[in-house]
Design a protein around this ligand. Structure first.
Ligand SMILES: Nc1ncnc2c1ncn2[C@@H]1O[C@H](COP(=O)(O)OP(=O)(O)OP(=O)(O)O)[C@@H](O)[C@H]1O
Ligand SMILES: [Mg+2]
Length: 766
């Protein structure tokens, strides 16, 4: 239904109805420059959307004259949908884009002037990395310990400051050989891009600015086109983006909205000054402050206000809400990250429960935030066990991550030497000189002679490779034999650690300066923790048992339930979003604030803003949790509560179970530890179920979900009798979750109790 149809007499009235006076003023203002600064949840994005609709409805602008910039594609899509809802088709033809997509549009049309064809390629960071790697090698830059990631970051920073390779070279300290080398790589890198008719991500913005500056007639065209430019999340623009807006907005009316307290991208060059100095940059600008928050309850806001007031150098603002105090914030200190995750799962189930009546909260209105991706693993494990549907927003689920798959492939390959898929995956990971051509040759030899790839590796002399490749293959085969020999006697975590250390998997990531690789190291450390925990829970368990356990979890990962899922995401991804209930996890020193911020200037304040962003996503229910011990790389370390927690007035938080939440674990913790111990997928697993995993389970691990059984619709209840293709008859003794995520604990006479994912287990009901 089109809202405006109710307001035929005055098509614009509906667009300001329900807005407060400041919001309304912001929507109706007409002038060269408008700055809307306001705290979280005060309606900035809503005002921007209504302002666009209002400009169109009043015929102050045609859709083609509007350029609106949002931070993510998702935000752009939502805004378009909203304007369409307000106005119908009148909304079509607007440029509602991210910085990058707007620049791509411009460059596609104009790139000829820059010596590119309009069908240029856009290189992602992986592509850039590959070029840089080659250049570093060609120039012998590795003697300076330069890495693709390190050089890539330097180039990216330069581009965000609008420096090109030439100006970079001019400013380089000629006495600094490393800086000179980076500069040399920079210019060769640009040469490569040009030769390949490609732009990298940073170029998209930088080259558009360059285009405008070099060709005033092109700029003039766009200046004439866009009469109104509107930018959301302006606090996170970097210098290049700022320059772009400045060029375009010389004659247009510019509206920017932002909140300097939510600036969380300084590490990518975002500059809060773009917002604080707006009035200076755009003389005659009007500033409107919004102070009423429409999103959260007073308790949540008071916590947010209290936290952010600890940052210096910020104009005081005080958000208020008419929503009432609402519930207290719930605090929880878990004994371990698992205990923390269990608490979250229990709470989510409570919030979701039908017993809440009308207050029940749908899964889709619940979100869990964390600072680093590696924190998802404990959450994912527990959610799967509890049957809570979830999705990881803007990230890859733990067991789908490349580094985790690589490490797991090693384990699978040694546990099942016939698994060619696994062996081939790791043949040249990390790189050891067994290239694609060699791999193909090995594989076809294997097929012809009916051998496994692994067997061929032991007969490499038959293949006629040169000495270098033969040497590399022999070394690899020996490594795999040695690792395999560990299986009967060693604990799983010890084997995994050996895999990570002896294969060079960890080392190659550790040597990289790429922040993503740092995250990958953290993920691998997390995997060691998984193995350690498995061993603790299954003292007799061997590698194949561990692989079965993981296969179960990974298989459930693949099954996404469309009908409402809990969202898991990093705090950075959460910007601009809102949820009925929010869980902020891992509020510990070293995580939030992140340990990297201890040594970064301004890092502590930026982390505080991140915490502020997290808190202010919640409408009604906010949970803050932490763990007393966190396991990193298999070692348990005691964690300290985040300093930011002290900044929240204690009367706003209801610490569950333990008086201060920071003391000794109470009975509840002990109970849940006991639960943890008791939770074992396979009691008696060392009994009849040792050895190589069955083909069916192996397929599950390999991700070939579609080829395994699909018991769609099969629901089990306690007491049901079933038949399993490997274990025979069994009785269901417990179930958790529903639908595709239902798991069942089943007691089999032959092998003890197993926990199985009902949808994919090879079972039928008797
Ligand atoms: N005048 C209003 N009446 C009712 N609801 C409003 C009003 N203004 C804003 N809201 C609602 O308040 C919530 C927050 O608004 P919005 O997302 O626009 O805030 P924001 O300032 O952009 O927040 P953030 O800083 O987190 O991006 C939304 O659900 C929005 O629909
Ligand atoms: Mg917003």
């Amino acid at each position: 239904m089109n809202e405006l149809s109710f307001f035929a007499a005055d098509a614009t009235a509906g667009l300001v109805e329900g807005l407060n006076p400041q919001q309304r003023e912001a929507v109706e203002y007409r002038g060269p420059a408008l700055l809307i600064v306001a705290g979280a949840g005060s309606g900035k994005t809503r005002v921007l959307t209504h302002r666009i609709a209002h400009l169109l409805a009043t015929k102050d602008a045609w859709p083609s004259q509007i350029l609106a910039i949002t931070f993510t594609n998702k935000a752009a899509a939502e805004m378009r949908e909203r304007v369409r809802y307000l106005l119908g088709e009148a909304a079509d033809g607007m440029w509602l884009k991210t910085f990058h997509s707007a620049c791509v549009m411009i460059l596609r049309r104009e790139s000829g002037r820059l010596g590119h064809d309009s069908n240029f390629t856009i290189y992602d960071s992986g592509d850039s990395r590959a070029i840089l790697k080659r250049l570093i090698k060609e120039l012998g830059a590795d003697i300076h310990k330069l890495t693709p990631a390190g050089v890539g970051a330097a180039i990216s920073n330069a581009k965000n400051e609008l420096a090109d390779a030439e100006s970079y070279a001019r400013n380089v300290d000629q006495n600094d050989p490393v800086a000179r080398m980076i500069s040399e790589i920079f210019s060769r890198y640009q040469y490569e891009l040009r030769k390949n008719n490609a732009f990298d991500f940073d170029d998209l913005i930088g080259e558009t600015v360059h285009l405008f500056r070099a060709f005033p007639e092109v700029l003039a065209q766009y200046q004439q086109k866009f009469k109104h430019i509107l930018v959301d999340e302006y606090q996170d623009t970097n210098h290049a983006q700022y320059a772009l807006i400045r060029e375009l907005a010389k004659t247009a009316s510019l509206t920017v909205v932002g909140d300097s307290d939510q600036s969380i991208y300084a590490f990518r060059g975002a500059d809060i000054r773009n917002i604080t100095e707006f009035e200076k940059d755009f003389p005659g600008a009007k500033t409107i402050l919004l102070e009423q928050n429409y999103r959260s309850t007073q308790n949540i806001l008071s916590a947010a206000n209290a936290v952010i007031s600890n940052n210096f150098d910020r104009p005081a603002k005080n958000l208020w809400t008419a929503a009432g105090d609402g519930d207290k914030i719930v605090g929880y200190t878990g004994y371990s990250s698992h205990d923390e995750a269990q608490f979250i799962a229990d709470e989510i189930n409570k919030l979701h429960s039908k017993s809440q009546g009308d207050d029940a909260i749908a899964f889709r209105d619940i979100a869990v935030f964390y600072r680093t991706n590696s924190q998802t693993r404990a959450l994912e494990d527990i959610f799967i066990r509890s049957g809570i549907p979830y999705r990881v927003v803007g990230g890859t689920k733990f067991y789908e991550r490349q580094e985790i798959k690589d490490a797991m492939a090693y384990l699978v390959a040694i546990a099942n030497t016939r698994d060619d898929l696994a062996t081939r995956r790791i043949l040249n990971v990390p790189k050891r000189g067994i290239g694609d051509a060699s791999e193909t040759q090995i594989a076809s030899y294997a097929e012809k002679n009916n051998l496994s790839v692994r067997q061929v590796l032991s007969h490499v002399s038959d293949l006629g490779f040169g000495p270098k490749i033969t040497g590399a293959i022999n070394q690899f085969a020996e490594l795999m034999d040695n690792l395999e020999a560990m299986i009967p006697n060693e604990n799983v975590d010890v084997i995994l650690r050996a895999v990570l250390d002896r294969t060079g998997l960890l080392e190659s990531l550790r040597n990289s300066k790429d922040p993503q690789d740092e995250a990958r190291v953290e993920n691998l450390e997390e995997l060691v923790s998984v193995a350690r925990e498995f061993q603790r829970n299954n003292p007799e368990g061997r590698l194949p048992d561990f692989l079965n356990e993981v296969a179960l979890v990974a298989a459930a990962d693949e099954l996404d339930d469309e009908s409402g899922t809990v969202s898991l995401m990093t705090l950075h991804t959460a910007k601009g979003l809102e949820y009925e209930a929010v869980f902020l996890t891992g509020i510990e020193e070293g995580l939030l604030p992140h340990r990297m911020s201890f040594i970064t200037p301004g890092g502590m304040a930026e982390e505080r803003r991140l915490f502020y962003v997290g808190i202010t996503r919640a409408r009604k229910k906010l949970h803050l949790s932490l763990a007393m011990t966190r396991t990193t790389f298999g070692e348990s370390e005691s964690a300290t509560p985040s300093r930011y927690l002290q900044e929240i007035p204690s009367d706003l938080i209801d610490w569950r179970e333990s008086g201060s939440g920071r003391g000794m674990p109470t009975t509840r913790y002990r109970a849940s530890i006991a639960d943890d111990q008791g939770y074992g997928s396979s009691e008696g697993s060392s009994g009849g179920y040792g050895g190589t995993p069955s083909t069916k389970e192996k397929k599950v691990w390999s991700g070939a979900i579609s080829s395994v059984r699909n018991n769609e619709g099969l629901q089990l209840e306690v007491g049901d009798m079933i038949e399993h293709s490997d274990f025979g008859k069994g009785k269901v003794i417990a179930t958790a979750g529903e639908g595709a995520r239902q798991t069942a604990e089943i007691h089999f006479g032959s092998v003890g109790t197993k926990r199985l994912l009902v949808k994919v287990a090879p079972i039928s009901k008797l």
